[in-house]
Design a protein around this ligand. Structure first.
Ligand code: AOF
Ligand code: ZN
Length: 351
């Protein structure tokens, strides 16, 4: 189908720049980064919003709520948003209806929503008499969520890879001790991520060696109410007394060494955002298969000089084949100081 070519005003173009910028404040994950700006008839920005991750208000609803809190009437205004407004009642939404209810007259968005349940917002808006134009800054909007679009298309969960290592890339000392390489602030940050994902995945080796609980806990060590699914991949069985079984015994064993198969099983189990936490073999397998959408690395100012390396080979023999990564400004920035550690946030470089 050929898309109609739409034209945009200078103030809509400026608003889209602001919306793309606002989107970066959100966290990457099961949902895309989305930003929205409401523009008044005189071109002024009446409200800005962004999406704070799965389960929270969408960008459009966030902007509409900000306007309502400030007592601003949005009737006749233009919603400029980086993604097609959703059409479904998911955990929140639908944004298309919220836009209609707020009396907005125009919607300008960058790219269509490819996610089946959410798609179709543009048609709903048009049917209600809202003028809709799309394609503004489409290239930048696609780039903003490139890996999310790919994961949706592949029908697999979005993958965050977590590595907590020393300066010399070790995740355990020679004798196997690894608790703790990271400082308490890094551990807390990791638990905050665990809290907003659908599943944590480790290998059987990690279960046998570290015996982790894989729960999301607060600073006192108390588990949060909502917990991610705990998943273990590998052909070996999980011991009866493994901590990962928890009080409820609810652990998903994925009897495979193939990362793609593991992701497909997790997707079938309903997971849309998975955090892969180790060990070396699992981290390396996901990286060498190009299945990592986001890398969060906690770097401790510590040296071991020997011990378990974070990675045990990516099948790369020559520098020309090196995996290149780029810094990601989303989720609080590419480099953050957390206690005495650094938190690095990266995305795979475009092939
Ligand atoms: C929007 N605005 O800010 C975002 C959208 O689980 P839910 O209810 O949050 O729905 C998630 C889906 O909604 C997500 O996969 C994508 O298709 C769309 N995201 N849509 O109108 C937003 N984040
Ligand atoms: Zn929405």
């Amino acid at each position: 189908m050929t898309q109609p070519i739409h034209t945009f005003s200078a103030s809509e173009t400026r608003a889209m720049d602001t919306a793309l910028e606002a989107a970066l404040q959100g966290p990457r994950g099961a949902n895309p980064l989305v930003g929205a700006v409401v523009v008044g008839p005189d071109g002024s920005h009446l409200a800005t919003g962004y999406h704070r991750g799965a389960g929270t208000a969408h960008a459009e609803a966030d902007a509409i709520a900000a306007a309502a809190a400030a007592g601003i009437d949005l009737r006749g205004a233009t919603m400029v948003v980086t993604l097609e407004p959703c059409n479904h009642v998911g955990r929140t939404g639908p944004c298309a209806q919220a836009i209609i209810d707020a009396g907005l007259a125009h919607v300008v968005y960058a790219v269509d929503d490819p996610h089946d349940p959410a798609a179709g917002g543009a048609a709903t808006l048009r049917a209600a008499g809202v003028s809709v134009r799309s394609g503004l800054a489409a290239g930048r909007a696609l780039e903003l969520n490139r890996r999310w679009f790919e994961a949706v298309e592949d029908k697999r969960p979005f993958v965050t890879l977590h590595i907590a290592q020393t300066l010399d890339s070790r995740i355990a000392a020679e004798d196997g001790t690894s608790q703790w390489i990271s400082c308490p602030e890094s551990l807390a940050d990791n638990h905050a991520i665990r809290r907003r994902i659908d599943a944590i995945l480790v290998g059987t080796q990690t279960v046998l060696v570290d015996n982790p609980r894989l729960t999301a806990r607060d600073a006192n060590g108390d588990a949060f109410g909502e917990q991610p699914l705990r998943a273990v991949m590998g052909r070996r069985g999980i011991p009866e007394d493994a901590a990962v079984r928890g009080d409820d015994g609810r652990v998903l064993h994925l009897p495979t060494r193939d990362p793609r198969e593991a992701l497909s099983l997790l997707f079938s189990a309903g997971a849309r955002h998975v955090m892969v936490e180790g060990g070396s073999r699992i981290l390396s397998a996901f990286l060498s298969e190009g299945l990592v959408d986001e890398l969060v690395m906690y770097l401790a100012p510590t040296l071991l000089g020997s011990g378990t390396p974070a990675l045990n080979g990516l099948g790369i023999a020559t520098l020309a084949d090196a995996q290149r990564w780029e810094w990601d400004a989303a989720s609080g920035g590419a480099v953050q100081t957390l206690g005495r550690d650094l938190r690095l946030h990266l995305l795979p470089e475009r092939p």
